[in-house]
Each structure stands twice: as structure tokens, then as C-alpha cells.
Design a protein. Sequence first.
Length: 373
Amino acid sequence: MIEPRPEVQGLPVYRPGRPGHVSAEAVLNLAANESAWGPSPAAVEAWRRWEGGAAYPDMAGAILKEALEAQWGVPSSAMLLGTGSGHLIKCLAETYLRPGDRVVTLHPTFSLYAQGASLMGAHVAALPGGGHHVDWAALPDWVASHRPRLVFLCTPNNPTGDLAPLALIHDVLAALGDGGLLVLDEAYRDFAVPEPETTGLLAIHANVVLLRTLSKAYGLAGLRVGALLAAPAVVDAVGRVREPFPVSAPALVVARAAVLDESHRRQVVEAVHVGVRRLEWALAARAWSVNPSQANFVWAAPPTADAERWLADLAARGILVRGGGSFGAPDHLRITVGTPVQEGRLLAALDEIAGRREGPPAGPHEGGAAGGR
């Protein structure tokens, strides 16, 4: 039987936050960084009113790009749509990487950067880190020493939640030079305070790519809509690799309605800001080690060195969080921020688990009164 390429055989399988055999209704899913507040009512109404299906969608996605152009201040000519930002990560790897090329990324971080690079036979050099946060200060020298063709930076970073300072990004670009492309995956940018001012980089650097998604703040994870922002030459090159009609016709209509409802996005972002600070405080009060987050999740280590057991104990109670083992940091958990009610359920479960770990209350002393309450 014919065998796949060695690069394919060695690829790790991507594991979603919720296992495929577990229904969304059966659990409290705080593992996938989905929006607990859902999409805009205007987007829901657009979905209900959509009619069609016999014709192919507009391959350029003009109606959505027009709305995004007004929202992000980036011209349509510098924009390419894809089936989520993960699809565009793979397209970038296919467009620019050759066997033996080097790719720089972070550790820990989103696994699809290494997967796309490995598929093309490139070598991945992940900036060493302790797993708790990113050592941003060491990144420019790391880039300069490896001379990569592509640099993938998730900012705010998944799973640590920390944001790359704009000054650091300029230092990375100086270290990279003209021989490489810097890709900033901004899937969680809406939740950073203040929102990163990265679009200005496109006007002065032809080798900067911004990746954005409508899965998080817009609550459209199920529709799979992402965007690549870059110089027209990059858009043209990646567009030649991207398959035709990557975003479905209903997704274009619904996503446009979501983008136009800016008040809903702002409400979600504000709710996440409050929820992140509240969850960070609650975990720290329970002796968890917490990394300050600029995303819609919290990256934390339990007070006992058995994060995988906490993961299993929560799952047994119908609560899913993301284990750090999938990021190479098994002593951590990534917890998506939910509504106050969802957070209350999570914290009650953590308290119950902690109580069971401590064991039953001590019995009466020998010779003392029997019983108790």
C-alpha cells in the first residue's frame, strides 16, 4: 500500500477543546475559547433570513471585506478571507516554506504553526520558555540567530494570554530583515487592553502579515471565518494557494451582519474583561498560580502539581477545561472565561475537588464525645 509522505506521518493530530463524542449540551465547555455570549442578534437574524445555496459564494467575499475595511481601516486589496485563521496559517506555510527552511515560533503556543511548517519539511525553532509566560525580551536575538523564513507570533499568545509589546515587534522585524515574513496571529486582539495598534505596520513593512478571526469576540466559531491582512503582493501569492470559495455564502452574510453590529462586540469584550479579572482573582485566592491574561481565557497552574488530575476531576463533573499537556506545559490548565453563572459552577467544582483532596474532617479525639454534626 502506498505510504504518505514522512512529513505527514509525523504530524500530531489536532485535538479540539471538546471531544467529538461529547455534545455541547452535556457539558460546561471552558476548553475551546468559544464565546459564552454567542453571536450578535443581527447575525442570528441574518442566518434565519438567508436563502440560497444553489450558487457558489463570491470568492472574494466582497460584502464582508467591505464591512471589515470600515472596521479595521485596511483596504480590501490588502485582505484575504479564509476558512478560519487556521486555514490561512496552512496557506502561508504552503506559499512560502521549502524543505529545510527555518520557522521561529513560541513555546508554549498554538500548535498549527509547527504543524504547517513541518508539513512543508521546514524546521521549527520554538523560543524556549518555562511554560508560564513568554520570554518576549529574548525573542529578537532568537530570531536573529536562526534567520527564519517565517516567524509566527500569537499575540495575545495562546495559551499564556500575554501580549507582544509593539516595540518588541519592531525589534523582531529589525532582527528578521528582508529575508523573512513576520506573521502576527491576532485571534484574541479584541480582548487586549488597549487593542494593539498593529494595522499601521502594514503601511511601512511589506513583510508583515496579520491574521484575524471572527470566531472569538464575534461568536462565530461555527462558521469558520478568518482574514489575512498583508501587502497586496502577499495577498496575491497566498490567494494562488488558497482553494476556491473558502467562505460559504451564508457565512459571508452572517459575518457581515456581525461585523456591522459593533455594539454587540463591545458588550462581549467588556464582559470578558470583567470575567478575566474576576476569574484571575478567584483562582489566586485559591492559591493557583495565574498568568495575567489579555485574552478570553486564563492560564493557570493549580496549587498541587497534578494539573492532569484536576482536568479529569473537572471533566467528571461535566466541566471541560484545556489541559496544558497539549501545549507541552502539563502543569497548567487553560480556562475559557464564561458568564458569572458558569464561573460560579467552575469555582464550586474547584472547591469541592480541593475539599476532597484534603480528606474528611478529623474525628473526635480519643476519649472525647462521640458524634458531631
